[in-house]
Ligand binder design. Structure first.
Ligand code: PGA
Length: 255
């Protein structure tokens, strides 16, 4: 069964008290979710325990982290392991966000190790991929995204691959206000599903959740989510206002 998911990526925003208020606002307006329509909130690490406690009594709304270490434990000052994340009640971890790739030099080999660490716990991974404007302009986006998936994920067996959610986030659409058109999103999502079907099998590919990310907002979410291969969104800026995030969640519920 393919799940639809709206996940909020707060990035490096919100103090502890601001985060608490934001989650309260989201919970106050949350529609009735179910097994096939989930919400994930990905605050910074320092919020995880607090947010976990707030979400405790709610169903189908999960906690996610924005990163994890490529190492299991030990002398890695400043790092946070997958196991530590899981111990806070975290269910999902975002790996491979373009900001991590670009500003923190995270390459495919490192990302593959992070994916392995996360999957060694019971958590699921939201794996981000997406091309720059330069690559899109030279029409090499499919090749680029295919290579990102292959390098970081395709060593996984079927069972582990079933714990991956893909987020397609064209870099030129992140935080820019310039959303990919529904047709561009659908075309890439269908391509990603095709690549996964060829590498694994059509059933696994059909069940895989593929999210769109990049300037998604209440006003464009319905159109994006209406695409047959777009199974929800990874939301940055619009996840920082309860009203906007709820608008996007409601668009998923209606899709
Ligand atoms: P945005 O960010 O919605 O602010 O464009 C999306 C993301 O980076 O996950």
């Amino acid at each position: 069964m393919r799940k639809k998911i709206v996940a909020g990526n707060w990035k490096m925003n919100q103090t502890l008290s601001e985060g608490k208020n934001l989650v309260e606002g989201i919970l106050a307006g949350l529609p009735a979710l179910n097994e096939s329509k989930e919400v994930v909130i990905c605050p910074p690490f320092v919020h995880l325990s607090q947010t976990a406690a707030q979400l405790d009594e709610y169903e189908h709304i999960y906690l996610g982290a924005q990163n994890c270490s490529s190492e299991a434990s030990g002398a890695y000052t400043g790092e946070v392991s997958a196991q530590m994340l899981q111990s806070t009640g975290t269910h999902y971890v975002i790996i491979g966000h373009s900001e991590r790739r670009e500003y923190f030099n995270e390459d495919d080999a490192l990302l593959a190790r992070k994916v392995e660490q996360a999957l060694a716990t019971d958590m699921k991974v939201i794996f981000c991929c997406g091309e720059s404007l330069e690559i899109r302009d030279s029409n090499a986006q499919n090749e680029w995204v295919g290579k990102q998936l292959k390098s970081a994920l395709f060593h996984l067996g079927d069972l582990l691959m079933q714990r991956i959610v893909i987020a397609y986030e064209p870099i030129w659409a992140i935080g820019t206000g310039r959303t990919a058109s529904a047709a561009q999103a659908q075309e890439m999502h269908a391509y990603i599903r095709h690549v996964i079907a060829s590498q694994y099998n059509p059933v696994l590919a059909d069940n895989m959740t593929i999210l769109y990310g990049g300037s998604a907002k209440p006003s464009n979410a319905a159109e994006l989510f209406a695409c047959p291969d777009v199974d929800g969104g990874l939301i940055g800026g619009a996840s920082l206002k309860a009203e906007d995030f709820l608008g996007i969640i409601n668009a998923m519920m209606a899709s």
